[in-house]
Structures are given as C-alpha cells and as structure tokens.
Design a protein around this ligand. Structure first.
Ligand code: NAP
Ligand code: MG
Length: 490
C-alpha cells in the first residue's frame, strides 16, 4: 500500500494511527491538481486524547536517562534515512518541490535526529558559587512538559524535525499540528517514531485547520509550550490568544536582504542570489527577497542575474527530480507573487527575467511560475517591503555602505541577511550593523544544525538548531543547599 493510502485521514494518538472521526478535506498535488489523499480535522475529543496521552507519557519519558532517549533518536534518524526515497516522493506529492530537494530535506531531518540524540546525552547543569562557602547553588535543567508544535508547509519535514528532536532530547512529549496542505510528511515522521520504539504518547500528530486544531493546542491548559513556525500575523495572534501563561517560540516571517559590494566576487554573488531567491520557489523564510548592489557593479550584476534566473528549469518535481523549481505549494503564494510583480512594474520596476507562468500543457493545472528578476526597485514597492514567498527578487543600487545598511534594516523583520564582499573592513562593518539573527557572508547557506537559528523584531522569539534548540524545551531549576561543618567526631 502506498504511504499516502496508509496515512489517508489518519491522526497519530497515543502510538496508534487512527481514522479521524471528523470529515476530511482533500490534499492536492500542487503540480497537477490531483487528489493525493484526504486529511482529517481532529475532533475536540481527539485533541483531548492527544493531550492526555502526551501528559501521561511525559511522566516516564522525562524520567529516562538522556542516553536512553538518545538511543531512540538515533534509531529514528537511521529509519528515516533508510526510507528517504519514499518519504521524499510523498513530500513532493503534497508540497511540489523536486524530489531531489525533498530527499535532501529528509536526510537533513535524519541528521537532526542524530544531532539531538547526542545533545540528549549531554544535558548537564552548573554549580554556582555563593557569598558564603556554606552554600552551593546547583542549577539543574528539567524538561518543560507537553509541547504543541505548529508548522507550515514550506519545509514539511525539517520544521517538524527541529521541534520534535529538540523536545524529545530534552525529555518533553509533543503534539504536532502540521499545515493543512502538507499533513502526510508529518504523519510519516510520526509513523517512524513508532517504528523506532519511541513509547506511545510521546509523539502525537493531529491534523486539521490551524484556526481550529492549532488554536485548540494554543488554548489548552495541558500544553506547556507552543513551538510555532509560520507567518508573523498568525504568530502574533497565537501570542495574544493564549489563555494561560505558557512558553512560546515563534519562528516567523522574514524579508531578507542581500548586499553586494564593489569588492565582491560577482559570479559567486550571482550564484548565491540565484540559489537563495529561487530554491523551493522562494518559499523559504530566509529566501532573498531584495538585493542591494553597489552602483559600480549594478548593471553587470543585473545582467548576470537575469541569465542565471532564465537558465533554471521549472518542471513537475516528481517526474523531473533534478528540476530547479517544482510547483509552488498552493495558489496562495503564487497569487501573492503575481501581485508583488504587478505592483512593482506599475511603480517603475524593470522586468529582466521571468514574469509569467511557464508555457505548456504540462503546467496548466499546477501552480508554476518562472524565476523572476526586477531591477530598479524602491521601498515604495511591496516586493521590497513585504515577504513575497515566491520565485521573484527585487534589485536596487546603493551608493555607500551606510546607505546599504539603512536600506537592509528598513523592515520590521530580522531573520537572515546576506553579504557578498571581499574586503575585511566591509564584512566587519556590515555584519555588525545588520539587525538580523543571521548574517551569512559569501555564502547563502545561512544555517547549520550546530548553531542557533532565530529571528528578531517581527521575525520572532526563540531559537532552533544548536544546543540552544534543546534548551528552549527546558526549565532551569535553582537548588540552593546550605551545608554545616561536620560536627566533631564524624
Ligand atoms: P501560517 O499561515 O502562519 O500557518 C502556519 C501554521 O499555523 C499552519 O499549521 C497553520 O495551519 C497554523 N495556524 C493558522 N492559524 C492558526 C491559529 N489561529 N492558531 C494556531 N495555528 C494556526 O504560515 P504558512 O502560510 O503556513 O507558512 C508561511 C510562513 O511561515 C511565512 O511567513 C514564512 O516566513 C514562515 N516561516 C518561518 C520560518 C522561520 O524559521 N522563521 C520557517 C519557515 C516558514 P493551516 O495550515 O491549517 O492553516
Ligand atoms: Mg497560511
């Protein structure tokens, strides 16, 4: 039986894949419009059951030595890696990205399992000196409890995995609410958790509309922490709508700039810009939305960027696993891309590449769009001020590095930024002044699993990746002990 048949209309509660009792909605393949399978909307009773299962499992899971949890996470990583091909096909079916890219994401998920397995066996505390030698202050770390993880559709495996692995390593249990349009990758990960011998109730997956099922987790007093990745709008709503005090990690939208100075290796900068503007059709929170280029190299950069964008292949990601761009995940980001394009052109931007859907019958029923370059953009245009989440990038010239920084920081967002420059002084100046959680210099791979990743300003609070990504799921406890000198004769 295909995975999608097996997961059709299912929820994972207390270690069992059950059929959701509520009516299901169809999940469509964004490249063809065909129905992949149905997804259930968790009923309030099913949400209660998931929270109860996670609460019950927390007692024993949190009491295990870190090494025992590490074993489970290593097994999970091995199982996911072994089944990477099938899991990648499933992701492409529901999300649209080319299979090779989906496979890369699955392998990164496996790496995340192993990384946090290792962290789980290194959870330690501290002993802090006091004013008097009669006291010891011992700081221990304890898991928070039950986590509600709410995730978007652009990276259906990794964005679940960072939360799942950090939480499980720390000793927390979890209820995952994946995006409604990409529920099956999360369910497939849940299935692997069962196979890996992770005890029932430690990992639960409930599907359904965010405003109902996600909101129920936010409001549930039995959920101790919400780990959310998604738009700033929904993130803010979640923060406001919690009915009890609970920990929150909000990984939100971005509007990421790239700065190219006159000393930059221009070919490398163009290669980086092409990769980070169009990969996953630009549906990346750290996608390059806008590029500022030193006036002296502006025309040359633009000409090379347009050639680079036009050279990319757009295709059905299942049939052409090595395509550069597959279908966009749904009509929503495609419509926004077209809106931002029309707005920019109406305000004087020059269209240098793309700007339309690809021609051909094979694209007719899918959400495809060609990689698009807009020149001479200004901050009057949506393309430079709002997150597009599509395969389009706006470019503008700058005269001084001060102006470049001012333009780059002129946004409510603060997730990632990119710099291409050779001069050490330029690199130091820019990387210090860019008001972002991430500054990537002469590379567009901003994140690695070993280092904390998170936004500032309206891009969110909290960190994923790195040791920090596990500590987010822990409380500190201060145990202050007074010792007396031993009495004579002991
Ligand atoms: P979204 O609309 O905010 O949805 C994210 C998740 O929240 C989905 O599971 C959604 O469920 C759920 N949700 C919606 N309303 C809710 C509510 N009232 N209460 C609880 N949950 C609710 O975001 P998206 O459109 O899926 O994803 C794109 C956004 O994610 C972009 O802004 C992108 O920048 C951001 N993102 C950020 C990062 C990061 O690390 N900072 C990474 C990736 C993406 P439904 O799908 O059922 O509506
Ligand atoms: Mg949405």
């Amino acid at each position: 039986m295909s995975i999608q048949k097996r997961l059709d209309g299912r929820l994972l509660i207390n270690g069992v894949l059950i059929a959701a009792q509520n009516p299901s909605t169809a999940v469509h393949n964004p490249a063809t419009g065909e129905v992949v399978a149905m997804t259930g909307s968790a009923h309030p009773q099913e949400i209660e059951a998931a929270v109860a299962a996670a609460r019950a499992a927390f007692q024993s899971w949190s009491g295990l030595p870190g090494k025992a949890r590490a074993k489970c996470l290593h097994r999970l990583g091995d199982l996911i890696e072994a089944d990477a091909d099938a899991m990648a096909q499933l992701m492409t079916l529901e999300q649209g990205k080319p299979v090779n890219e989906a496979r890369g994401e699955i392998l990164k998920l496996a790496e995340t399992c192993h990384f946090y397995a290792e962290e789980a066996s290194r959870i330690h505390g501290e002993t802090v000196p006091n004013d008097s030698t009669d006291f010891d202050s011992i700081i221990v770390r304890e898991p928070i409890g039950v986590v509600g993880a709410i995730t978007p559709w652009n990276y259906p495996a990794e964005l679940v995995g960072w939360k799942l692995c950090g939480a499980l390593a720390a000793g927390c249990t979890i209820i995952i609410k994946p995006a409604e349009i990409t529920p099956f990758t999360a369910l497939a990960i849940g299935e692997k958790c069962i196979e890996a011998g992770i005890p029932a109730g430690v990992v639960n997956v409930v599907t359904g509309p965010g405003a109902v099922v996600g909101q129920a987790l936010v409001e549930h007093p039995g959920v101790d922490k919400i780990a959310f990745t998604g738009s700033s709008k929904v993130g803010l709503h979640i923060q406001k709508s919690a009915t009890t005090v609970k920990r929150m990690a909000l990984e939100l939208g971005g509007n990421c700039p790239m700065i190219v100075t006159r000393s930059a290796d221009l070919d490398a900068a163009v290669k980086g810009a092409v990769r980070r503007s169009y990969r996953n059709c630009g549906q990346i929170c750290i996608a390059i939305n806008r590029i500022y280029v030193d006036r002296q190299v502006y025309d040359e950069f633009l000409q090379k960027l347009a050639v680079g964008a036009e050279a990319l292949t757009v295709a059905n990601g299942l049939e052409f696993p090595a395509a550069d761009l597959g279908a966009m995940a749904s009509a929503e980001p495609l419509n926004k891309t077209q809106e931002h394009l029309a707005d920019a052109v109406s305000k004087g931007a020059r269209l240098l590449a793309g700007g339309a859907r690809p021609n051909g019958a094979e694209f007719k029923n899918g959400h495809f769009f060609r990689p698009t370059v807009l020149a001479d953009c200004t901050h009057e245009m949506l393309i430079m001020t709002e997150e597009t989440f599509g395969p389009i990038v706006g470019v503008a010239p700058f005269e001084t590095l001060q102006e470049a920084v001012q333009l780059a920081n002129d946004t409510p967002y603060g997730l990632a930024s990119y710099v291409y420059a050779k001069g050490a002084d330029e690199i130091r100046f820019l990387s210090r002044l860019l008001d972002y959680g991430n500054v990537a210099v002469n590379t567009v791979d901003a994140g690695i699993i070993n280092a904390p990743y998170g936004g500032r300003k309206q891009s969110g609070v909290g960190y994923e990746h790195g040791r920090e990504g596990m500590l987010e799921y822990m409380n500190f406890k201060h145990i202050r002990v007074r010792f007396d000198m031993p009495s004579e004769g002991i």
